[in-house]
Design a protein around this ligand. Structure first.
Ligand SMILES: [Zn+2]
Length: 448
């Protein structure tokens, strides 16, 4: 009953108050997802041409870069013609942040997304409001493929719960509208996990959401405690590699299939599994994706006009589905899988567990002058922090490292800072955010 009211009353009211059309967008997207592949492609070509024209006319960076490369929006007649345009790297974005903002947009009035992206490189991306609403609608559409319905309560296993950043208003909104229950992955103890399990048994969330390694850890703890009565409608694993051995345990404990989702802060949702769980459907309504021969995914944002990302090399390696169609009947193209991000949990001397992906994100975003970061836990009392630094890295930044280590791990943890030129990806294309040589035993103790 409460779910029904929340979906049909609270969400529409909140959308109207915020003058957001995302629920209207959602209705359109629910219909068009079943259009045939050629219709989807034709729509993408139109959207792509509009975005290229806009970028050429209003974004100084692209006008200069494309002129130098001899590429022009008028020459684009098919999706493949995009290949004539230069690739946009993370380094380009860091260097030309201002020149990537379209004329007529005031950066102060845009949504700022700060992210350490898929390879630990911090970026500032600005998104206009209509694009943010459109992306939200796209995300809700694919999240509902998991079995969850908008309006049902969500349980999030996540670092830095969003609502805390917005004070009382955020808490109130969370209480009435989002109704999310959180397990903070920056501070996991057996006690906190037990309290969270008690909360989700009480609140019966429609969706359990989190990073693969955190969902797995939660499932192991529940299995060990003999909890088998939490039955969500959907489970969404996002932002990192979901291994089959993790999927098996999570699905067994919750009695519900896991939906693997792939996205990033820069462009939001990129791809998601549907009910068929056989490959991931690209979010063709908001991004155009290219999988070159080396597998290094290029995304073009079709909706954000304020800071268009065109042929952006995101840093993840993707395996193409070779044009295979999904048996669900949706015309949205498929990719087979993402060889994306991988991170270990680390453990503090006090026995707290910390999600590696949340940890490195925290470091990358809070230490000034960080161009890329990786944390290696050698022993419980010794960390090696590998960092690519830029001009903004100074003595104050070094003090910030000390402060973060002390806050996160407690006193008495020694750390070495290694300034390096690059943090290479592994041969498979995986990027390891965080490596721990000691957490394995603690994790085993939780799950055995
Ligand atoms: Zn499908």
């Amino acid at each position: 009953m409460l779910d029904f009211l929340n979906r049909h009353l609270m969400h529409p009211l909140a959308a109207r108050r915020a003058r957001s059309r995302h629920l209207d967008y959602l209705r359109v997207l629910e219909r068009t997802q079943y259009d045939p592949p050629e219709v989807v492609r034709a729509r993408q070509l139109v959207a792509l041409k509009v975005q290229l024209r806009h970028a050429y006319d209003t974004v100084p960076y692209y006008r200069a870069a494309w002129r130098a490369a001899g590429a022009h929006p008028d020459d684009v007649r098919s999706l493949a013609d995009l290949e004539a345009f230069p690739v946009l790297t993370k380094a380009d974005i860091r260097r030309h942040e201002r020149d990537l903002i379209a004329a007529g947009y005031d950066p102060a009035k845009l949504r700022l997304k700060r992210t350490s992206g898929s390879t630990g490189v911090p970026l500032n991306i600005r998104i206009d409001e209509p694009a943010a609403r459109w992306k939200l609608a796209c995300t809700v559409r694919s999240d509902e493929w998991s079995g969850w319905r908008l309006g049902q309560r969500v349980a999030k296993v996540w670092g830095n719960p969003e609502y805390r950043q917005f004070g009382l208003r955020g808490r109130l909104r969370n209480h009435l509208l989002d109704r999310a229950v959180y397990l903070d992955t920056l501070d996991l103890t057996p006690g906190r996990i037990a309290a969270f399990v008690a909360a989700i048994r009480r609140h019966r969330p429609g969706l359990v959401f989190g990073h693969a390694h955190s969902l797995y850890l939660l499932a192991c703890a529940m299995k060990k405690a003999g909890v088998d009565d939490v039955r969500p409608n959907g489970i969404i694993s996002t932002a990192m590699i979901l291994h089959d051995w993790q999927r098996v345990v999570i699905e067994q404990v919750f009695g519900c299939p896991v939906t693997n989702r792939y996205g990033c802060e820069e462009v939001s949702l990129i791809a998601s599994e549907c009910e068929a769980h056989h490959g991931l459907h690209l979010n063709a309504d908001s991004v155009y994706a290219e999988v070159p021969a080396d597998g290094k995914l290029l995304v073009t944002d079709l909706s954000n006009r304020a800071m268009p990302l065109i042929r952006y090399r995101i840093g993840d390696v993707v395996v193409s589905a070779g044009g295979r169609l999904c048996r669900c009947g949706r015309g949205l193209p498929l990719i087979e899988r993402v060889e994306g991000r991988e991170a270990d949990y680390v453990v503090t001397p006090a026995g707290r567990l910390i999600s590696g992906i949340s940890l490195t994100e925290n470091f990358a975003l809070h230490i000034p002058g960080t161009a890329q970061v990786q944390v290696v836990q050698e022993t419980v009392h010794h960390l090696r922090i590998r960092m690519v630094a830029d001009a903004g890295f100074d003595a104050a930044a070094r003090r910030k490292v000390a402060e973060l280590v002390r806050e996160t791990f407690g006193p008495g943890v020694r750390w070495d800072l290694e300034l390096v030129d690059a943090i290479p990806q592994e041969a498979s294309g995986k990027y390891r955010f965080c490596i721990s040589h000691v957490a394995r035993d603690h994790l085993r103790a939780l799950s055995a």
